[in-house]
Design a protein around this ligand. Structure first.
Ligand code: ADP
Length: 251
């Protein structure tokens, strides 16, 4: 079953058709990769599906519910989380606080309970801290929980960004170039993490340029060029596809 599917999804920016009639299915519980040359429409796909950009035409369904045009916050609360190509962290907060902020939608206490620091609020705080620590452990940042993210190695900052996305307890996670700028060791951490997430039942859509990474983790690959799907299949099937080679080599 597809957890998310688009039907003839089109997104135009003025005269540029960034996504052109895309009908893409993301199978539940699997790792799907979206690849293609620069400017082929990969980030736009994530931005439209997650509600960052309004759709021009077509539909997006999440668990068979039409989510086209819904607000970005409504969509994230439904269980879709994402990371950005350019890492976004709160530099003035510690690592654990960065994760706690992302758990805000789960707090039930009203402002009065917070001000009075009621037992209910204290319990909620404790539970959220436990959850945040568990996530930091998962991404290998447990020992840095009280450090500032500023100045941390790029790969670790990327891991923190993923922990923040996971704080939303998503069913579907979009990772936009998670391995960009990473060392080989850092990228291995992310690769292992994505596989652990799959074992936990989280569906991942991965936009990535590192082919070794795609080959190692992706169950299914979509290849975009000029906003359209030019090939799809297992990595071994698409890597020798003449259309794919042509798109990458620009012949
Ligand atoms: P990719 O992620 O595959 O590199 P993008 O989705 O970023 O590709 O871009 C696809 C096309 O849409 C490009 O031609 C890009 O210039 C254009 N585009 C993307 N975002 C915007 C925007 N906010 N405004 C105008 N054009 C955009």
């Amino acid at each position: 079953m597809d957890i998310l599917r688009t039907e003839n999804m089109t997104k135009s920016f003025g005269g540029v058709v960034a996504n052109n009639n895309l009908s893409i299915g993301i199978p539940e519980g699997k790792i799907t990769a979206l690849i293609g040359p620069n400017g082929s429409g990969k980030t736009t796909f994530i931005n439209v599906v997650t509600g960052v950009h309004p759709i021009t035409s077509g539909k997006v369904y999440f668990k068979d519910r039409d989510i086209s045009g819904l607000d970005v916050n409504v969509i994230s609360r439904m269980g879709i989380a994402r990371t950005f190509q350019k890492i976004r962290l709160f530099e003035n907060l510690s690592v654990i606080e960065n994760v706690l902020v992302a758990r805000k939608p789960f707090y039930k206490s009203g402002p009065i309970s917070v001000v009075l620091n009621t037992p209910k609020f204290k319990r909620e705080e404790r539970d959220n801290r436990e959850k945040a620590l568990e996530l930091l452990k998962l991404v290998g940042l447990e020992d840095k929980a009280y450090d500032s993210p500023t100045g941390m190695a790029y790969g670790l900052r990327r891991c923190l960004e993923i922990a923040r996305a996971l704080a939303l307890e998503p069913q579907l996670l979009f990772l936009d170039e998670p391995a960009a700028g990473m060392t080989r060791d850092e990228f291995k951490v992310i690769m292992d993490l994505i596989i652990i997430l799959k074992e936990r039942g989280i569906t991942t859509l991965l936009v990535e340029h590192t082919m070794d990474f795609i080959k190692a983790v992706a169950d299914w690959v979509y290849v975009l060029n000029f906003g359209q799907v030019i090939a799809q299949g297992k990595f071994e099937e698409i890597e020798r596809d003449p259309l794919v080679l042509k798109a990458y080599l620009g012949e």
